[in-house]
Write a protein of this length. Sequence first.
Length: 667
Amino acid sequence: MLITRIIAKNFKTYRELDLDLTVNEEQPIILIGGENGGGKTTLFQAIYYALYGLKVKDFEHFNKLQNAGERAKNEGNSSNKIELEIHFTGKVLHNDYKYIIKRLYTINAQNSPVEAVTLNLNGDVFQYGTATPHAERVKKEAEVNKIIKANLPQELSKYFLFDAMEAGNLLKDEYLNRVIKENIENVMGFNKYIQLGNATNILTQDYIAQGIEIEEERNQYKNLLEEKKKIEELIVATNTHYERALSYSLSQKEFYESAKEGKNLQANIKEQIQLVERKIEDILNRETLFIEQSERFLNDIEIQVFIPKLISIIQNEIELILAEKSQKNNNDFIEPEHITKISEKVIAFLKENNLIESELTNEQKGLLKEYIIKKSNQDNTKTDYDFIDKNDVTNLEQLLGWSSINQFNIIEQQKESLEKELATLPNLKIQLLDLRKSDVGGGDEIIQSFEVNELKIKEFKETIKNYKSDIEKLDAKIKKFDLSDEEVPNPKLELLKKLGPLFTKVSNALLINKKTRIEEAMKNDLNTTLVAYENQIDRVELSEDLSNLSFKIYHKAGNEIYLEELNAASKQIIIQVLLKSLHYFGDYNPPVMIDTVMGYLDESSRASLLENYFPKLSHQTILLSTDSEIRKHIDLEKIENFISKKITLVRDKENQLTEVVEGYFPN
């Protein structure tokens, strides 16, 4: 996938943005500069929303999203609009296809948001919008989503379109293993085998229960399963609280440390409040969009599922009917409505040739019609489908040609992604509340909240550990009921016992297949970019078990380099090296877009990243940077030869918009 152009009209700080993003093969970098508040993040959002859609909740929300200057100029004008358009190319069976997605948002006379979407695929145009009939919209929307998903699924976009500051946070404390597991499972497509394995285990337990003949033993077995299930639910619930506490700890750690040192944090707190508010708003917008899509799917479920299934069941019968009717229509059959005209022409012929002396009576005309009908049907054999008329035949032909796209898989994937986002929502709300308290109460409030949260983290960890120990004991008891040695084994049970381990082996085999290449790529990248251990990495070890996915880094001296002991800059580099490996060895080849590119990096690390990382990261790398991150007279020359385009986003405060100028901070 290669993004070639982005257009944004009346979107936030942009009134008329039209940006060429094409790159040369040997120069994959586009460098976009801008001061804080200049429009870099808004450009990032414009690309994201152009791809995946912008959910406008109401008139007030439309005004917030609209360019402020344009909003003031068009106050009360319902014809005002927001326009997002993205051009990109993608390969299908080794051929390049050009795509243009245009999304137009307006307000109608009732002050309600209206959407119109157009996809141009190599000249073939798909159009749908709020006014499109529901069934037609569902179908066309699915087509557009399928094309976007083939290039970069929305649930994976966060691994390729990301904020470097947040990427660095992912490696803090105990987040690492979870990040690795989630990234590799999603980007490399192993999730389906994990889900199949889980389903197999549940079925296996059911068959074992059915095979226990003694009621007392069967009840004992079921009680053990129920007890295990309850503990597993407790683990999930406790783990949710644990991850919320951990997430809070990560987000507040810098504030806590600065507060302990007695620093004034008011400006940073206000900035963090705005960031958290935007995150909450984005999650809620995605939830609203998902609910609407789910409702459309349910309302049209007969079109999506039932009718296609019905057609597949009766297809042979329909084809037989059409064949019979077609054969009958090909004979010299005269439709009854033409009989009157034919009889009139016959009478006229007889009179002109003096074959009859006088006008026929009505009775004689009726006999003539009956005769013609009889003769016209003499070669038509009766069939079981004679009751079907021409209109019915047309309807059957249309039914046989029915096409529909089942959106269930798309909705299910969106659901999984949204559930993860919603799981973070309570913690974000708590974080926002604490930030507002801190904004008023200062450092003491931050310190107290942070330390209370740290105690909770320890309690949750110990609780989860105890629950897992209880499950191990229960598993030992459950295995005693395995009936594999019975005289007449259940063939389905025996098959399930083989399938469960098989799915695990398949997913692990796929991991091992890519494991060596991931390890080697990460080792090479870390030796050139991880300044603290430059050329000192002996190996990177990725575990071979998807159920406990993690990696370790080893020094040439033989000792493990513990990730939690690294500084923030080194952690940021490691997570970006991991993301680069996922880009190379995953199932997709999208561009990479990075905001706040230098994050926590120190002087040596930023030089290493510029020289060794960004030039080789992707076939298209879009970097969004302030002049203090990639410095014009110090850092720029390190990547100059790899840059296709340099532009700067300049904020016009008076007119409340962002303008694009050539060059990287040219003045």
